[in-house]
Ligand binder design. Structure first.
Ligand code: HH2
Length: 278
């Protein structure tokens, strides 16, 4: 049985886990501003758990293309009260941040089971901090930074380059003393990738996992690649494509699926699992 050592929890990866997104930001691309008030964020967290979320992912900085700068203090003001209130909710809490200082404060609260870092622990001090904590770590690939990353991203072989980067980040973590059972990798859909790059990555997810040597987390929910494919401009209206992307990811071996729409994703995965296991 494959287990993810995830802070206070040991998660069974024999079925794909659903990670519910809780953006406490004013400007996230699909749900910005909706859960800025503490009470709204808490109700949303409870609702996602009731709908079948296995992990909650709390983020205080939008990383959508072109997102404005958020100071570390502002980010902490957004996420720390939410983490503190959710600490004893009984489910693993993931913190979506790329800043070591934010990770450090959140870890001190004892409320972070997973560090979800779109910069794969590249910030100064992040690797050492993660190593001294018990939290799992998700290492994500991106090309460039959110303000410029969609300006003509280029690769010779996107799958090989992403897989190789993730393999090197995994090795750094292992060298720092973070055991493999605490690691997830993520190809970073939409982070410095064209539609063709994203499709190539989705099609060859299993290969990335093999090379990188850790289970995968994927985040495709409502993303602009699904808008480009369907012609749907409104992110919240991309449910069909988001669920299809989740199923395809599961079929290609993804272990954790990061989504806005927990209930629909969970139902689709339940059918998929029943067929896989019968
Ligand atoms: N995508 C986003 C944020 N964090 N983390 C991982 N591991 N993988 C992803 O694909 C990923 C992520 C962007 O989506 P969202 O949080 O919905 O929007 P925003 O960055 O605008 O808050």
């Amino acid at each position: 049985m494959r287990i993810l050592q995830c802070g206070r929890f040991a998660l069974d990866l024999s079925r794909p886990l659903v990670m519910g997104i809780l953006n406490v930001t004013p400007d996230s691309f699909s749900d910005g501003g909706r859960f800025k008030r503490l009470d709204d964020a808490l109700s949303r967290a409870e609702a996602m758990l009731a709908e079948g979320a296995d992990i909650l992912d709390i983020g205080g900085e939008s990383t959508r293309p072109g997102a404005p700068f958020v100071s570390p203090d502002e980010e902490m003001e957004r996420v720390l009260p939410v983490l503190e209130r959710l600490r004893d909710i009984g489910a693993p809490l993931s913190l979506d941040t790329r800043r070591a200082v934010v990770m450090g404060e959140a870890i001190r609260l004892g409320a972070v089971d997973l560090i979800n870092d779109v910069s794969a622990l590249e910030d100064d001090g992040a690797l050492a901090l993660a190593a001294t904590s018990r939290a799992a770590v998700c290492l994500m690939h991106k090309q460039g930074n959110p303000d410029t990353m969609q300006d003509r991203p280029a690769y010779d072989d996107v799958v090989a380059e992403v897989a190789d980067y993730l393999k090197r980040r995994v090795q750094l973590c292992l060298d720092a003393g973070i055991v493999r059972e605490r690691l997830l990798v993520d190809p970073g859909f939409g982070f410095g990738k064209t539609l063709e790059h994203n499709l190539a990555l989705l099609k060859r997810l299993d290969e990335i996992e093999r090379v990188a040597g850790a289970p995968q987390l994927v985040g495709l929910s409502r993303k602009s690649m699904l808008g480009a494919l369907t012609g749907e401009d409104e992110p919240a209206q991309r449910l069909g494509a988001s669920v299809a992307a989740a199923l395809e990811s599961a079929r290609r071996g993804a272990s954790v699926i990061r989504v806005h729409d927990v209930k629909a994703t969970r139902q689709a995965l339940q059918l998929w699992q029943a067929l896989r296991d019968c």
